[in-house]
Design a protein around this ligand. Structure first.
Ligand SMILES: [Zn+2]
Length: 419
């Protein structure tokens, strides 16, 4: 310390920026008390900002929607099938996770899980569908009331009025079905969010990229705000996880998200997934257990660019490189050792969490749950419900330091980091 006695050091000014800590020492004997920036003595050294124990957050997420293919061996969806898929499965999944202190973030596809039901209720004028729509809303409200989170997911082909809308109502069967030949309709290709909403547009145009977000926010906030005045849509997962496949598309997406007040995106940079592409493209885009500032912005975009500044990336944790699961991502039915292995990698030899904030984001589709003997026989402790319970029990026992967060919690955390 250049041989100065403590008496001579009158004032320390410490600035921490990125990984560099700058300490300015004002020496009264040399410069007097007057602040003079030219006469201060800067001592600069590299400093690991977070050398204290880090934190590990566990976020349980799922895309809440109806399956897009043939459903349960049939070709149409009846109110009963919708009820099992959209109501019963969600209620049971909440119950099981919440028992272990784990909260879901349901990324709700506004089309298939809300607006489609409302649309069928209108065209069929059948009370069953009206009742179903009301029950569905109540299920989501109850889930949120229970501490789970409801955030935004968009598939354009499920939104009535959209040029991509694919559904028809069969009055004989009192059921809905997806039109065949949905690869192409009116010259539009079938794809994820960024590909279906090509134009950035503005907030008033619901079939543009920015407008789709505003429309989605309005749809959810109209349902939740009367019950929860502080409810806000701040997190998004793109349909097909497609947030754009080039730098120009990504910028358009991030600008749209930022203008719509979305703080967290949980999609994947290059759109819908085939396994080969996942391994080659997505394996490189983010890192399991990466520090918060490393996962903060996609690697394809400059961190400080105008478009990305306000949007924080919290992507599904990508386990393929580690474990090669068949599903392509960690789900709540998979062997919980997958999460435990990641968790262990985040601990030092002494058992302390490595510096920084670490996020493990589990990803699921609740509609994939099947019953014990038949698809609709959902019984706690049996079949998929039993597997799910084993998963959460194991996690909470073997990963004692994880803190369970919802996406809204994470958005608040990010807000505090920025301040
Ligand atoms: Zn989806």
């Amino acid at each position: 310390m250049i041989g100065l006695s403590k008496k001579k050091i009158k004032w320390l000014l410490i600035l921490v920026k990125d990984n560099i800590k700058i300490i300015w020492i004002f020496l009264s004997d040399i410069f007097g008390w007057r602040f003079n920036p030219e006469k201060i003595l800067p001592i600069v050294y590299l400093h690991k900002k977070d050398d204290k124990e880090g934190r590990i957050f566990f976020l349980l997420t799922e895309d809440n929607e109806i399956p897009k293919g043939v459903i349960y061996g049939g070709s149409v969806l009846t109110p009963y099938e919708m009820e099992i898929t959209l109501i019963r499965k969600l209620e049971l999944s909440d119950k099981i996770a919440n028992k272990y202190g784990v909260k879901w973030t349901h990324f709700v596809d506004i089309g298939s899980s809300l607006l489609l039901l409302k649309w069928v209720a209108g065209v069929s004028n059948n009370k069953e569908w009206i009742k179903l729509y009301e029950m569905r809303k109540q299920t989501l409200i109850d889930s949120y009331k229970g501490g789970n989170d409801i955030q935004l997911h968009i598939h354009s082909y499920n939104i009535p009025g959209s040029p991509d809308f694919r559904w028809e109502y069969d009055s004989v069967k009192n059921a809905v079905y997806r039109q065949k030949n949905d690869k192409k309709k009116k010259g539009r290709t079938f794809g994820g969010w960024a590909r279906q909403y090509k134009e950035k547009g503005n907030g008033q145009e619901p079939f543009t990229r920015h407008g789709s977000l505003e429309y989605g926010k309005k749809t959810l906030e109209e349902i939740f705000c009367p019950y929860f005045s502080d409810y806000k849509v701040t997190c998004f997962r793109a349909g097909g996880w497609d947030i754009g496949d080039s730098e120009a598309e990504l910028k358009k997406s991030f600008l749209s998200l930022s203008e719509a007040g979305i703080m967290i995106d949980s999609s994947i940079t290059k759109g819908s997934i085939s396994k080969a592409r996942w391994l080659t493209d997505y394996g490189m885009t983010f890192e399991v257990g990466a520090r918060v500032d490393r996962n903060a912005y996609q690697v394809m975009i400059q961190r400080d660019s105008k478009e990305t500044r306000d949007v924080f990336e919290l992507l599904p944790t990508q386990p393929i490189a580690l474990l090669g699961t068949s599903s392509g991502y960690i789900t709540s039915l998979d062997d919980p050792c997958i999460v435990e292995n990641i968790y262990k990698r985040l601990l030092n030899k002494n058992g302390k969490i490595k510096p920084g904030l670490h996020f493990i984001v589990e990803m699921f589709h609740i509609h994939n749950i099947v019953g014990d003997e038949t698809w609709d026989n959902l019984v706690e402790g049996r079949g998929d419900m039993g597997r799910m319970e084993d998963h959460f029990r194991y996690l909470t026992e073997h990963c004692p330091k994880i803190e369970c967060l919802t996406m809204t919690d994470a958005a608040r955390l990010v807000m505090n980091l920025k301040d």
